[in-house]
Write a protein that binds this ligand. Structure first.
Ligand SMILES: Nc1nc2c(ncn2[C@@H]2O[C@H](COP(=O)(O)OP(=O)(O)OP(=O)(O)O)[C@@H](O)[C@H]2O)c(=O)[nH]1
Ligand SMILES: [Mg+2]
Length: 372
């Protein structure tokens, strides 16, 4: 069996933070141990160094979890090749014709950025910033334009939480949703692969019982990756699968439970009803779960992906987007349009069909990879 990291216990066992919080009011010391008053006359002696070390480990753990999805700019450049060549060729064709920065050039740049799927609102903001920078002599020539756009774009994503939300105690539950074919099952396999290769225990739940092949597909991934799967017969109640999976994850102190869901039902209403039913079962079984509701969007569908996100967000509290298939499209600018139009952070991007082809979304690396 693979060695478990020392910090493992912080997700499986009661959080050290809450231990310290409940030990809250120190009531005395004995042999170097601090006594905490737990109320009702109950006093427990704990070693403060152990608690402190535990807390430090828990922070390290949380940071380590996101670090494992990091990819280099070179990797992203390679996978975003289609978008990159579209953006760079359209920008260079506009810039190569211009000698000075003037209103005509700014108009042409605006058209180009919109056609690169960057979104109307963001483009207008970029152009206005560019105009102000020119007027204030922050930039002087057309050579300054791309470096300026890059820096301006990077600042466009606020430092809001793009990290995976982790449970303080017990399993971290990730509910994965999205329309059929968007890339849910493959994206789940990618998450499970990276997590399990980093010594986190993972259980997958096959809640897409509508299509028999869906459970089969997830089973194959689970076997390949070497993680457990909870599944029922085709046609059974997806909420019952979720129930059993929560039970298994809690009983086994699993680090992550990831639930795959159906993307197609008789009607859109049925689909949303099923999703909220699964979510309700999960939150009844595990406090604060699901910690993350990840919506998988297919980047190749452009604006349609944004319309889908709105529908899902109306039905369920979507906490993050997994933007799949960014490698297969020249429409990578959609990440910027998503920022424009939705109040949901892109947390992960899918960059190929293999389990390793996943990266956490990092604006700096992304912008560097998009603009040469
Ligand atoms: N190039 C590329 N292909 C991807 C990526 N993610 C998924 N795919 C492919 O997209 C297709 C659909 O992926 P699935 O994971 O089956 O999608 P799903 O949302 O689970 O589909 P349903 O279960 O039918 O709702 C498969 O052929 C995947 O290999 C990606 O990041 N890049
Ligand atoms: Mg699927």
């Amino acid at each position: 069996m693979a060695a478990r990291p020392v910090c493992q216990r912080n997700i499986s066992n009661p959080a050290p933070k809450s231990a310290l919080a409940s030990a809250g009011r120190p009531t005395g010391r004995k042999d170097g141990l601090v006594a905490g008053n737990f109320g009702a006359g109950l006093e427990i002696f704990v070693n403060p160094d152990t608690i402190r070390a535990d807390i430090e480990k828990s922070f390290t753990y949380k940071e380590a979890v996101m670090g494992i999805f990091t990819k280099t700019t070179e990797f992203l450049k390679d996978r975003l090749g289609k978008t990159r060549s579209k953006i760079s060729s359209s920008l260079s064709s506009v810039l190569s014709l211009a000698r000075d920065i003037d209103e005509e050039l700014l108009d042409r740049l605006e058209e180009t950025l919109i056609s690169d799927d960057i979104g109307v609102e963001t483009t207008e903001k970029l152009i206005s910033d560019l105009r102000n920078a020119y007027r204030s002599r922050q930039i002087a020539t057309t050579d300054d334009i791309i470096p300026f756009l890059k820096e301006d774009l990077k600042s466009y994503w606020p430092a809001r939480d793009r990290r995976l939300r982790l449970a303080d105690t017990g399993p971290t539950v990730i509910l994965v949703a999205g329309v059929n074919g968007s890339g849910k099952t493959t994206s789940i396999a990618k998450l499970a692969y990276i997590l399990s290769r980093n010594n986190k225990s993972v259980i997958l739940a096959a809640c897409d019982t509508f299509r028999a092949a869906a459970t089969e597909q997830l089973t194959i991934w689970a076997e390949r990756i070497g993680v457990e799967i909870v599944k029922h017969k085709a046609g059974s109640d997806p909420a019952a699968v979720a129930f059993d999976a929560c039970q298994a994850a809690t009983a086994r102190n699993t680090d992550f439970l990831i639930l795959d869901t159906g993307g197609r039902l008789h009607t859109q209403k049925d689909l949303m009803r099923q999703l909220t039913k699964i979510r309700d079962v999960v939150s009844r079984k595990i406090p604060d779960a699901p910690n993350e509701v990840l919506l998988v969007l297919d980047a190749t569908t452009g604006q349609n992906a944004i319309a889908q996100a709105r529908l899902f967000a109306e039905a369920i509290d979507v906490t993050g987007i997994f933007l799949a298939k960014l490698d297969g499209t020249a429409r990578g600018g959609i990440v910027i349009a998503i920022k424009d139009q939705l109040d949901i952070p892109v947390k992960f991007v899918g960059l190929g069909e293999k389990t390793q082809d996943i990266a956490e979304f990092n604006p700096d690396t992304f912008v560097e990879a998009l603009f040469n």
